[in-house]
Design a protein around this ligand. Sequence first.
Ligand code: NDP
Ligand code: 8X3
Length: 252
Amino acid sequence: MNLTAFITGATSGIGKATAQLFAQNNINLVLCGRRAEKLADLQKELSKLTNVHTLQFDVRNQKEVQKAIDSLPEDFKHIDILINNAGNAHGLNSIQEGNIEDWDAMIDGNVKGLLYVSKAIIPQMVERNNGFILNIGSIAGKEVYPNGNVYCASKFAVNALNKGMRIDLNQHNIRVCAIHPGLVETEFSDVRFKGDTERAKTVYQGYKALQPEDIADIIHFVVTRPYHVNIEDLIVYPTAQASATILNKNAN
Ligand code: NDP
Ligand code: 8X3
C-alpha cells in the first residue's frame, strides 16, 4: 500500500517542492495551505502522478484545522507522514521596534499552528504504533541573530517541540525528526518584507542559496529510511553560509 503524506504549507517553497517529489515517488498526498488557487493548480499538476486531496485552512485557527482534518475522505484519512512545514517570518525588526501583529502571526502560525495540526493527527499514529512526524525548524531555531528575536523564538519552540514529541511518542514507535535549513530561496523573504520583492531578492544575491528542491530531496531521503532508522535532527546550509550570521557573498 502506498504511503500517505500530509504536508502543511504546500502552496509554495519547501512544501510545494516536497509535494512534487513525493508525487513522483507515488506517495499519496494531502496538501494544505490558505491559497485555494495554488492548491487547485497543485492538485491538477500532481493528480497525474498520485492521489491528491487538498485542504484549505489557516493553521492559526484550531477549529478550522480540526474541521479540515475531520473532513478527509476515507482514502486519505490514514496519515503515515506528517510534514509540519507551514510557517513564515513577518518583519525583521529590533525587539524595541517589533510589531505586535507580526509577533502574533509568527507565534500563532509557527508554534501554535504546528501544535494544532499535530494534535489532530497524532492520535491515529499512536493507535497504530506507527507514523512519521517531520518538523521544519530553521537555523533560526538553533541560533538567535540580530532582529530575528520573535521569529527565532518561534523556531526555538519548534526545536523544543520536536524533542518533546520524540520523547513522548517514543513509547508509541513514532519517528520524529526536524530539519533546520539555513537560507532557502522561496517566498519566505517576500513574506518577511511584506511584498517588498526588491528587498527580498537581495537576500539571495551574491551566492547560491539553497533551493526548495534541495530540502525536498533531504526530506524524501529522511522519510524513506528503513523504519528502525530515525534521522532526528539535521542542519543544512548553502555552502556559502557558515552560521546564522556568516554568509560569504564573495565566493565566486
Ligand atoms: P514560503 O513562504 O515559500 O512557504 C510558506 C508556506 O507556509 C506557504 O505554503 C504558505 O501557504 C504556508 N503558510 C504560512 N502561513 C500559514 C498559515 N497561517 N496557515 C496555513 N499555511 C500557512 O516559505 P518556505 O517554503 O521557505 O517556508 C517553509 C518553512 O520553512 C517555514 O516553516 C519556514 O519558517 C521554514 N524555513 C525557511 C527557510 C528559508 O530560508 N526559506 C529557512 C529555514 C526554515 P499559504 O500562504 O497558501 O497559506
Ligand atoms: C529562515 C532562515 O536565516 O532567514 O528560517 O532565519 S533565516
